[in-house]
Design a protein around this ligand. Sequence first.
Ligand SMILES: Cc1cc2nc3c(=O)[nH]c(=O)nc-3n(C[C@H](O)[C@H](O)[C@H](O)COP(=O)(O)OP(=O)(O)OC[C@H]3O[C@@H](n4cnc5c(N)ncnc54)[C@H](O)[C@@H]3O)c2cc1C
Length: 289
Amino acid sequence: MKPAPFVHHAPRTLEEAVAVLGEVGHDGKVLAGGQSLIPLLSMRLASPAHLVDVNGVAGLDAVEVTDTHVRVGALVRHAGLERHDGAAAALPLLRQALRNVAHPAIRTRGTTVGSIAHADPSGEMPAVTVLTGGVVEAAGPRGRREIAAADFFTGPLETTLAEDELVVAVRFGLLPAGTRTGFVESARRSGDYALAGVALAVGMDGDVVTSATASFVSVTPVPDVLDLGPALAGRSVGDLPLDDVAELVRSHVGPESDIHAPADYRRMLAAELTRRVLTTTTTPTEGAA
Ligand SMILES: Cc1cc2nc3c(=O)[nH]c(=O)nc-3n(C[C@H](O)[C@H](O)[C@H](O)COP(=O)(O)OP(=O)(O)OC[C@H]3O[C@@H](n4cnc5c(N)ncnc54)[C@H](O)[C@@H]3O)c2cc1C
């Protein structure tokens, strides 16, 4: 099918984009990489009268690495962030997760901020956003505001962003020194959306775990953070209670059955993937000090 007719707006500045969004209100949609929106339009699952195409807006394509965060502008493509060595050094979880987002062709066009704004529970980057204590920077006719990731996602494809606001950037928080991260997911084919996925951050003091948090892909309605610290803190790498951790995950996630997999299978998968990523993340790599 073809999309229903729409007016294409091509603002050149953030101010122009915000002004157009303010005028068209709920009849408008921001167009970034189009990798989620264009299929929705083509299938007529969405038919906004106005598309506010932000691809020509100057100043939205930067990645900035500071002492506290990695700031990703709204036009940074998944592939650009994945290739960014400074971002990967500051927060390895970004590259670990981005490698799992779709296929390379889609990563070349789709934006990381777009996937967060889209708020698909099957997306990898919403899970990374909450796990790192991320912050969403929004702009709209009433000015600019910041929204903690924990308050941003409210349901599948639903956020606290107003219809006339756009996300200017997302800041991923850096994790405390010594934190190790891992990301693992299982999909039917490489590049497909995950049946289940896990992002993990583990604080270590030598071979003793001091803290551990996880967030999940495709098995929770909104990305949230599970604190595994009570089960793991103080335990050494050779003595991790993996069965307890798996049970915690099984009782935390709430997957739905769909055409791809039954809920029980996804629940089991999330638990087993957590067990696996915990083991690999806490095992010193060959040659490490
Ligand atoms: C075959 C296929 C497989 C895929 N597999 C995966 C996968 O495994 N994991 C995954 O995470 N994603 C996957 N995707 C989606 C891909 O990552 C998208 O690029 C991403 O979800 C949306 O980013 P986008 O820039 O393309 O946004 P668009 O498609 O342009 O927009 C998506 C939605 O977000 C809104 N939006 C976008 N940017 C902003 C902004 N700055 N401010 C406010 N609202 C905004 C739009 O209005 C729209 O509602 C897949 C896509 C395809 C086609």
